[in-house]
Design a protein around this ligand. Structure first.
Ligand code: AHM
Ligand code: MG
Length: 338
């Protein structure tokens, strides 16, 4: 029997561009370049101690978090790969204080790229899955030059979003608004190969992901939801739940895309003004769009995440996403308390 032909990311993007015009030329180049950057980050991650990339750097990011060497390396790889191609106007990263405008020695493109270069930083040194998350917007064309305000668009305006997970396999997961497709890095060929199309998240689940050590700081609807999951068969939900927490959003969301579940990083009362730990532009928006494109849902408890209008680049948000019926239940509990 003839072996089925493998479809590379390059071929997939060309065919998508031809088929429905969702991927114009500049966007196709952008996605190819991001994928290439992810390949080199994957190489660095794989080398680990042999490449001298583990451990802490002597710096803090804008949110006051100590940076790991790999946070900085991944950030540089993404910038260097993307600045010269002519497809971007500017970039913004969880690891940089302000936006990075493409230097004027290069042509300016029409897109804006945002990324969390290395998500799950606390897992780098312990050899647990980590990843790169990215989101693409179009620069509004009514403004000259490019400024931070150009990035402050709701998640519904994204034109592409995805992540690359560096785990037992390196896998790229992508949406351009036409479902969610997955590519696995073939290390011998050096290319990403299409391995799953039209990923769907089951509407129901018995699995939840949350950092339970923060429970005493949550608000009442969040406590109620988890209490009911923990009560199992004997409780109001009438079924036993399983808990998973990898502490890399990228890995927790990947599990949900593969087999369902609900992921939560809720607001907590220690830092009420911050709304949560995760960042709207680099983490919540791209992941929410992927989850919605796979039939799931994403909310901050009160509003659909993709409808939130950011007020600043590094804005944080409360996140609840995954299997649709669980997210609806969480929304209902928050509405009852309001
Ligand atoms: P990071 O972008 O600095 O790695 O932080 C975000 C990560 C998420 O990937 C993960 O869900 C969360 O922080 C883990 O937090 P905790 O340390 O509370 O388990
Ligand atoms: Mg992160």
């Amino acid at each position: 029997m003839a072996q089925q032909q493998k479809i590379s990311l390059t071929r997939y993007l060309v065919e998508q561009q031809r088929a429905d015009g969702l991927i114009p030329g500049q966007l196709r180049l952008l996605l190819e370049v991001v994928a290439r950057a992810c390949k080199s980050i994957s190489q660095a991650v794989n080398k680990g101690a042999l490449g001298g990339v583990l451990g802490t750097a002597e710096s803090e990011n804008v949110q006051g978090e100590i940076q790991k060497k790999l946070d900085i390396i991944a950030n540089e790889v993404l910038i260097e790969a993307n600045e010269w191609g002519g497809h971007l106007a500017a970039m913004a990263s969880e690891e940089m204080d302000s936006i990075y405008v493409v230097p004027n020695r290069y042509p300016q493109g029409e897109y804006l790229l945002m990324f969390d270069p290395l998500d799950g930083s606390s897992n780098i040194d312990v050899n647990v899955s980590i990843g790169t998350i990215f989101s693409v917007l179009k620069k509004p064309d009514d403004t000259p030059g490019v400024q931070e305000a150009d990035f402050l668009q709701a998640g519904t305006q994204q034109v592409a979003a995805g992540y690359c997970i560096y785990g037992p396999q390196t896998t790229l997961v992508l949406t351009v608004g036409n479902g969610v497709d997955m590519f696995t890095l073939d290390r011998e060929q050096g290319s990403f190969v299409l391995t799953q199309q039209d990923i769907q998240i089951p509407a129901d689940t018995k699995e939840f992901a949350i950092n339970m050590s923060n429970m005493r700081h949550w608000d009442e609807p969040m406590k109620r939801y988890i209490d009911e999951c923990l009560a199992g068969k004997e409780g109001p939900r009438g079924k036993d739940f399983n808990m998973r927490w990898i502490a890399s959003m990228v890995a927790d969301v990947h599990r949900i895309l593969m087999r369902g579940g609900v992921f939560m990083y809720p607001w907590d009362k220690r830092e009420p003004e911050k709304a949560g730990k995760l960042r709207l532009m680099y983490e919540a928006n791209p992941m929410s769009w992927l989850v919605e494109q796979a039939g799931g849902a994403a909310t901050n408890g009160k509003q659909r995440i993709l409808d939130l209008k950011p007020t600043k680049l590094h804005e944080r948000v409360s996140v609840m996403l995954g299997s649709r019926n669980e997210v609806e239940r969480l929304t209902q509990y928050h509405a009852e308390k309001a």
